[in-house]
Design a protein around this ligand. Structure first.
Ligand code: ZN
Length: 279
């Protein structure tokens, strides 16, 4: 058994939630991070029962966020939707919801306004998250996705939001660090240490391919790209990350492969990176 989670986006084309659970067990992974569409497709109650009986840890739930909208009603809808996501996370036994915060509202060029909407949105759901004992993991996304997926693009921004909304220190807010999104950041090491043990609640593994052919769906398998994963894993460990890393690979190539092969390869590659982590 290896302390590794499968983010089910990695096998979404091949497997539904039920098959992903079986796959994790077959390959000896300890944990799983389900996506919402797969949970709802199977039904919340059925999914919760499946996960409870699986013996796997549920280490995250994807995803909430997408706060910016063109009007007040749209922003309110997003907040309501996020409250439902928190309730679902609670139902399936996840300790956290990953937040992909959202980009520019359609037709807008007001990036700083969108960032304010994200801060307002997160602020508006914190009480609900706190009462369900669910943490909110802000995931900075690569700046190439600032327009359409998230206007929170650096660890520094995520840290600043945590500082602003939880000035006394973290209990509800944290950060999901995805190597794909932040590997390039010259401030990476400093910001990971700034986040520290209490805020570092997610560690997503994949790799950056040269050349990348698609902004979202051409992630690499660990070891196939140019991210110094061992060094980043070590920094995460030194900065205090105590959670379970997850494999999250959106990839047309890996979606076209047999899912058992994907999991086998991911496990071996992750293991060679993570055995550098002192536990
Ligand atoms: Zn991620």
């Amino acid at each position: 058994m290896i302390d590794l989670a499968l983010n089910t986006a990695t096998t979404r084309r091949q497997w539904g939630l039920r098959e992903a659970v079986e796959g994790c067990k077959r390959h000896g992974l300890s944990s799983i991070v389900p996506w919402r569409d797969q949970v709802l497709e199977l039904g919340l109650e059925t999914s919760a029962q499946l996960l409870r009986n699986s013996g796997l840890g549920v280490t995250g739930y994807c995803r909430g966020g997408m706060f910016p909208a063109n009007n007040e009603a749209g922003r309110r809808d997003a907040i309501e939707e996020n409250r439902r996501v928190i309730d679902e996370a609670f139902a399936i036994g996840s300790p956290l919801v990953v937040l992909v915060c959202g980009g520019l509202p359609e037709g807008s060029k007001d990036l700083s306004g969108a960032r304010e909407m994200v801060i307002d949105g997160i602020h508006s759901i914190m009480d609900h998250a706190r009462s369900a004992n669910i943490k909110l993991a802000i995931e900075p996304l690569h700046p190439m996705q600032a327009a359409d997926r998230s206007c929170i693009n650096t660890l520094a921004q995520a840290n600043e939001i945590c500082d602003l909304l939880e000035p006394s220190g973290s209990s509800t807010l944290g950060i999901a660090m995805d190597v794909y999104h932040v590997w390039w950041d010259p401030d990476l090491t400093r910001q990971l240490h700034r986040a520290g043990a209490s805020r570092l609640i997610g560690f997503h593994l994949c790799d950056w391919l040269v050349s990348t052919r698609h902004l979202v769906t051409d992630r690499g398998m660990m070891g196939d790209g140019i991210i110094d994963l061992e060094s980043i894993a070590l920094t995460m460990s030194e900065a205090g990350f105590k959670g379970i890393p997850e494999v999250e690979i959106f990839s047309e190539y890996w979606w076209s492969q047999p899912a058992d092969e994907v999991l086998h390869t991911a496990k071996e590659r992750a293991y060679s990176v993570l055995n550098k982590l002192s536990r």
